[in-house]
Design a protein around this ligand. Structure first.
Ligand code: URA
Length: 215
């Protein structure tokens, strides 16, 4: 069933290589059966970027396009993100892009695949992949995009609306800066709200750029 819930102990652990490199992780993640999401996804989508990238941006999970193409943030939200990064002065080579969950969770409605939030169990099952990416990339600035990534990485007390754009302490990187998910810009109800949401997103990414310059 697309997007079903995990039950504890029903799945094997994720086959994360002992000495991870990005190519090894990319190959191994295709074999992951640590939750049920693999069964209805086209493929697993690992992150993309160089091992030494100084910022790691983390979304929720691949969407429809990402599932088909096998790369993160290549759909409509990715376009918003690319433009905002450019406007904030962050070049693509400085960035490693990934997600907390590596398979697309959706509900089928006719021919359409409707995004569904991953469950806490699915996020936990996928976590070893993200930890391995963090160990290989060792980013200077960690940037959770939206509430799912922010709470998975920084804990349930984080609130994106309250905490966005300010450097936060984390054990995962020298600094973390939370911002919204780029799809929230697309969901804004009208042109004015969209303009404002986009401007605020770029403002947060400029704070990330400052941290990268200070590094
Ligand atoms: N949304 C995400 O959170 N990640 C992607 O890769 C695409 C859309």
């Amino acid at each position: 069933m697309p997007g079903g819930d995990s039950r504890p102990n029903e799945h094997p652990p994720p086959p994360v290589p002992e000495r991870p490199t990005l190519p090894r992780l990319r190959a191994a993640v295709q074999e992951c059966r640590a939750c049920e999401l693999w069964a209805c996804a086209t493929q697993a989508v690992l992150g993309e970027g160089r091992p030494g990238a100084r910022a790691m941006l983390v979304g929720e999970q691949p969407g429809d396009r990402e599932d088909l193409e096998g790369a993160p943030f290549v759909g409509p939200a990715g376009r918003v993100l690319d433009e905002a990064l450019e406007e904030a002065g962050i070049v693509r080579e400085q960035v490693y892009l990934t997600n907390v969950v590596k398979h697309f969770r959706y509900r089928a409605r006719g021919k359409r695949r409707i995004h569904q939030r991953p469950t806490a169990a699915q996020i936990a099952a996928c976590r070893p992949w993200l930890d391995a990416e963090l160990a290989v990339v060792r980013p200077r600035v960690l940037v959770p995009l939206g509430a799912t990534a922010a709470q998975a990485l920084l804990g349930s007390r984080v609130r994106v609306t309250r905490d966005r754009g300010v450097p936060l302490e984390t054990e995962l990187a020298p600094c973390a800066i939370v911002t919204v998910h780029p799809s929230s810009v697309l969901r804004a109800p009208d042109a004015t709200a969209r303009h404002d949401a986009r401007a605020a997103f770029v403002r947060d990414l400029r704070r990330v750029a400052e941290q990268l310059r200070a590094a």
